[in-house]
Design a protein around this ligand. Structure first.
Ligand SMILES: Nc1ncnc2c1ncn2[C@@H]1O[C@H](COP(=O)(O)OP(=O)(O)O)[C@@H](O)[C@H]1O
Ligand SMILES: [Mg+2]
Length: 551
C-alpha cells in the first residue's frame, strides 16, 4: 500500500502482499460464497444427491450432510471459509438445517450483488436484511404449531424428516423411535421447561449386521474388553465402583536408586510393594463392588488379585465415558481410594462383555432411570454406520430442539414461502432502498422450495407459481412434497421441523451474508515460498520490485 507523502511513496505492507478493495473485493467474496452455496445445493432435501468426498489419504466419505461436505472440502478462500462457519454455527446451535442455511446465505449474497450493481450501498442492504430477518423470525413464531410433549407424534415425525434426506432413509422410522426414546430418557425438567443434552447420549458404532440391529441401551456401552482372562464376563445386579486414579505403585518423577544388599532385603522390598497393592484391592472389595470401571491403568498384580475376588474390571476408559457412566449408574467417580463413600457406588442390572462384530465390548445396561444412555449403531459397512451416525445426530438434535422449545413448522418449503410472502407485504411499508433489500430477502427465501423442486427433477417454474398463488389464498402450509411431486399441505404429508432450526437458519444466514457484505477491503499478506529478489536490493526493504502486488 503506498501513499504519496511529499512525492515519496510510503509503503506499509510487506512485498508480496495483495490487496483488493471496494466493489472488486465485494464481488470476489460474493463469488466465492456463491460457489460454496452452489456446491451443497444439489444435496438439499430427500431427493438431494449424495457427495463422495475423498481426503488426502484417499479415505472416502459418502454423505449429503451440509456440514460434513464443507468440512471435508478443505476450503481456502477466506469468504468461502465464512460459509463453512455458517454450517458450523447452524450445526452447533440447532443440529440440523446446515444445507439450508448455506443455500439461503448464498442467495442473500447473490441478490445483494444485484443491488450493489444498481449502486445501492452495502450498508443499506445490511440494514434492510436485518429488518427482514427480524420480521421473518416473528412470522415463524406466529405460524408455528405448538407441540404437546406427552404425545410423541411430532417428535417422531420431525426426527424422520431430519433423516429423510440421508443414506439410511429406509430405516428412518426405526431410528426415529430410538432417537425419541433416548432424548426423553435423558431430558430433565427445570422450572417447567425441559433441558436435554445430546452429549448424554453415547453413540457407538460397529460395522456388521444391518441398521435394523441398531439398539438403544439403557446404560453405557464401552468399546473395551474385560482386562483379565480370569475375570467373570457377566455379572448380574452388581454394585459398580467408578475410579479415576491408577491402581499402580506410583513411579517417582526422579530416578531413585535403592541399594539392596541381600536377598532378604529384596524379598522385603517386593513384599512391601505387594502389600500396598493388596491394600488397594481390599479397599475396593470392602465397598462390595463386583464391577470396577477405571479411567487409568491397573497393575498386573492388582488385576490378578481382583480376578481372584471375582470382580469384573475394565480399564483405561475415556474421561467422557466415565462421566456418562456416572450419570447412567448413579455412582460417583472416586478419586481417592481412602475415602470411598457407600453413596459413591453405582448400579446396573447387568454388566457383560459381548462380542460385537470382531471386537469385544462391555455393556453396562439395565440402569434404573439413567441420565445417560447409548445407541449402538450397526450397519453393513463402515460407510453406512458413519452416515447412520451423522443422520442420528441430526435426529437427536431435532428431537432435543422440540423438547426444549415445543413448537414445529411443516417443511417442504412452506415456511419459507409464507415468510417470503409476509416480507413482500412488509417491504411496501418501508422507505426507498431498504424496501429493495427486504424484497431481495424475500426472494432469497424462495430458493429453498425452488431447490427442493429442482432436486426432485420437477418443473420449478410451474410449481413455484402454484405455491405462491396458494399461499396468497392463505394456505400457510402448502409446500412441495418431493416424493409424490405434488403441491400439497405439508402437515398432511407429515413433514415437520423444529421452529428452533428454522429460526437459527434465518439468523446464521443473515449474519454470514451481512458479514461478507461489510467487507470492502481484503488485505492478504504474501506468503511466498521463494521471495523474488528485486533488482534494486534484497527483499523486504521496501523496494519497488516486480511482483509487489501492492497499490
Ligand atoms: N417429503 C418431503 N417433501 C418435501 N420436502 C421435504 C420432505 N422431507 C424433508 N423435506 C425438506 O428438506 C429440507 C431439509 O433437507 P436436508 O437435506 O436435511 O437439508 P438440511 O441440511 O438443511 O437439513 C427441509 O426444507 C425439509 O422441509
Ligand atoms: Mg436436515
Amino acid at each position: 500500500m503506498s501513499t504519496q507523502a511529499g512525492g515519496v511513496p510510503v509503503l506499509i505492507l510487506r512485498e508480496g502482499s495483495s490487496r483488493s478493495r471496494g466493489k472488486e473485493a465485494q464481488h470476489s467474496n460474493i463469488m466465492a460464497a456463491k460457489v460454496v452455496a452452489e456446491t451443497v445445493k444439489s444435496a438439499l432435501g430427500p431427493k438431494g444427491m449424495d457427495k463422495m468426498l475423498v481426503d488426502s489419504f484417499g479415505d472416502v466419505t459418502i454423505t449429503s450432510d451440509g456440514r460434513t461436505i464443507l468440512d471435508e472440502m478443505d476450503i481456502q478462500h477466506p469468504a468461502a471459509k465464512m460459509m463453512v462457519e455458517v454450517a458450523k454455527t447452524q450445526d452447533n446451535e440447532a443440529g440440523d438445517g446446515t444445507t439450508t442455511a448455506v443455500i439461503i446465505s448464498g442467495a442473500l449474497l447473490d441478490k445483494a450483488e444485484g443491488l450493489i450493481n444498481k449502486n445501492v450501498h452495502a450498508t443499506i442492504i445490511i440494514d434492510g436484511y436485518k429488518k427482514a430477518s427480524d420480521r421473518a423470525l416473528k412470522t415463524l413464531e406466529k405460524i408455528a404449531i405448538p407441540v404437546d410433549l406427552s404425545l410423541q407424534g411430532y417428535l417422531k415425525k420431525a426426527a424422520m424428516t431430519a433423516m429423510a434426506s440421508k443414506l439410511v432413509a429406509e430405516h428412518r422410522g426405526y431410528l426415529a423411535d430410538l432417537a425419541v426414546k433416548a432424548i426423553l430418557q435423558v431430558a430433565e425438567k427445570e422450572a417447567g421447561k425441559y433441558k436435554a443434552d445430546v452429549d448424554d447420549i453415547k453413540v457407538e458404532k460397529k460395522p456388521g449386521e444391518s441398521v435394523r440391529e441398531t439398539k438403544l441401551i439403557n446404560g453405557i456401552v464401552l468399546d473395551k474388553e474385560v482386562v483379565h482372562s480370569g475375570m467373570p464376563k457377566r455379572v448380574e445386579n452388581p454394585k459398580i465402583a467408578l475410579l479415576d486414579s491408577a491402581l499402580e505403585i506410583e513411579k517417582t518423577e526422579f530416578d531413585a536408586k535403592i541399594n539392596i544388599e541381600s536377598p532378604e532385603q529384596m524379598d522385603a522390598f517386593l513384599k512391601q510393594e505387594e502389600t500396598m497393592l493388596r491394600e488397594m484391592v481390599d479397599k475396593i472389595t470392602a465397598t462390595g463392588a463386583k464391577v470396577l470401571l477405571c479411567q487409568k491403568g491397573i497393575d498386573d498384580m492388582v488385576q490378578h488379585f481382583l480376578s481372584r475376588k471375582g470382580i469384573l474390571v475394565v480399564r483405561r476408559i475415556k474421561k467422557s465415558d466415565m462421566e456418562k457412566l456416572s450419570k447412567a449408574t448413579g455412582g460417583k467417580i472416586i478419586t481417592n481410594l481412602d475415602d470411598i463413600n457407600p453413596a459413591d457406588i453405582g448400579y446396573a442390572s447387568l454388566v457383560e462383555e459381548r462380542k460385537i462384530g470382531n471386537d469385544k465390548m462391555t455393556f453396562v445396561e439395565g440402569c434404573k432411570n439413567p441420565r445417560a444412555v447409548t445407541i449402538l449403531i450397526r450397519g453393513g459397512t463402515e460407510r453406512i454406520v458413519d452416515e447412520a451416525e451423522r443422520s442420528l445426530h441430526d435426529a437427536l438434535c431435532v428431537v432435543r430442539d422440540i423438547v426444549e422449545e415445543p413448537k414445529v413448522l411443516a417443511g417442504g418449503g412452506a415456511p419459507e414461502l409464507e415468510v417470503s410472502r409476509e416480507l413482500k407485504k412488509y417491504a411496501g411499508m418501508l422507505p426507498g432502498r431498504e424496501q429493495l433489500a427486504v424484497e431481495c430477502f424475500a426472494e432469497a427465501l424462495e430458493t429453498i422450495p425452488l431447490t427442493l423442486t429442482e432436486n426432485a427433477g420437477l418443473d420449478p417454474i410451474d410449481i413455484l407459481s402454484e405455491l405462491r398463488a396458494r399461499h396468497e389464498k392463505g394456505e400457510t402450509w402448502t409446500g412441495i412434497e418431493v416424493h409424490s411431486g405434488k403441491v400439497q399441505d405439508m402437515t398432511q404429508a407429515g413433514v415437520f421441523e423444529p421452529l428452533a432450526v428454522k429460526k437459527q437458519i434465518i439468523k446464521s444466514a443473515t449474519e454470514a451474508a451481512s458479514m461478507i457484505l461489510k467487507i470492502d477491503d481484503v488485505i492478504a499478506s504474501g506468503k511466498m515460498k521463494t521471495p523474488p529478489t528485486p533488482p534494486g536490493g534484497p527483499p523486504g526493504m521496501g523496494g519497488m520490485g516486480p511482483g509487489a502486488g501492492v497499490y
